[in-house]
Design a protein around this ligand. Structure first.
Ligand code: FES
Length: 330
């Protein structure tokens, strides 16, 4: 990227550039206002027309009049206002319906497990929903116990906001749940039921801008879950150099979470944004290229890592319940 120094302003023969530009702007403004008023006045006199085609009512917009101004003069048409909700004939609703069902299933399962406050540790494995486990009530010894919380508060509740906030504000998940839960819009070329659109400019959606800060916390959590995966190379007596199927499960979960976090749009901006010249920052450029490649798979990584967290918890849950024993490799 390069920057360009501002050009010196043009002046007239007497060197009075600013007054001359000021007069020109005044004339242009007055002329533009007159054309706009005339155009609007004529639009009011020409009603819209509606046609029926194949049972779909299409409201044909007023044709713009020829004039001496930009798009109107070039004959460009405004978008047709279509009375039907959509003209799509494919099963556009399948994808938002599946997204809705999967997200509801995940929210239901993770809420049940987070509030259960039991069966989240089976030596040497700890569920990702409970890591880092910070209170003296925690099972296992995977993280320093920092305080004694009320017994009725599950240890998972103290840390829930960080992974939850990270996923909720993720650019991909926003698209997914805006479409599947709020139907805003449910799919491309399908009208949304809401009358107004305010974007992410006011509460609560303005909070989506916190995503980059949640990313920093996500990196810390990834480090902790990687540490949990390292601890999984012990046996039930705490001796190092052992491995079971659970070790693989925890390692895979940590890897997927790293890939998901590093493919984040905010991460891409953090490593490669706000630079005027990549050539002066070769290391950041290489990292930016790596993150950009991952970023192209962000949607897939978002889903796979979500399943990874749930399945890792399920694995530890079933071990802790005694449903089966962990197959040991060595
Ligand atoms: Fe999805 Fe950042 S955009 S995690």
């Amino acid at each position: 990227m390069t920057t360009t120094a501002p050009r010196p302003s043009r002046t007239d023969a007497r060197g009075n550039g600013a007054p001359r530009r000021g007069r020109l702007r005044t004339w242009l403004s007055a002329g533009g206002a007159a054309v706009a008023v005339g155009y609007l006045a004529r639009r009011r006199t020409r009603p819209e027309s509606a046609v029926e085609a194949d049972g779909v009512k299409v409201v044909v917009p007023r044709r713009p009049h020829g004039g001496a101004w930009g798009a109107v003069r070039s004959g460009a048409r405004a978008r047709a206002a279509i009375a039907a909700r959509t003209l799509r004939v494919d099963r556009w609703w399948v994808q938002p319906a599946i997204t809705f069902a999967v997200l509801i299933a995940f929210v239901g399962y993770s809420s049940f497990r987070a509030f259960q406050a039991a069966h989240y540790f089976s030596e040497p494995y700890i569920s990702p929903f409970y890591s880092p486990c910070l209170t003296t009530a925690c099972e296992g010894n995977t993280f320093p116990k920092l305080w004694t919380g009320p017994a009725w508060i599950s240890p998972a509740i103290y840390i829930l906001i960080f992974p939850l906030g990270f996923r909720l504000t993720c650019y991909y998940y926003r698209k997914a749940y805006y479409r599947s839960f709020w139907l805003s819009p449910p799919a491309c070329a399908v009208a949304e039921p809401h009358r107004r659109y305010t974007g992410e400019t006011r509460l609560p959606l303005v909070g989506q801008n916190l995503h980059r800060y949640f990313w920093y916390f996500a990196i810390i959590f990834n480090g902790i879950l990687t540490y949990d995966a390292v601890l999984a190379f012990r046996d039930r007596n705490g001796h190092w150099g052992h491995m079971g199927l659970g070790t693989l499960v925890l390692v895979a979960n940590a890897v997927l979470l790293w890939l998901y976090s590093l493919s984040c749009h905010s991460c891409r901006h953090i490593v490669g944004g706000r630079l005027n010249s990549f050539s002066r920052h070769p290391l950041r450029y290489r990292f930016w290229g790596f993150v950009s490649k991952l970023n192209g798979r962000h949607m897939q990584l978002a889903w796979v890592s979500l399943f990874g967290v749930a399945l890792t918890d399920l694995y530890v849950y079933l071990l802790a319940l005694g449903v089966f024993t962990d197959p040991r490799f060595f």
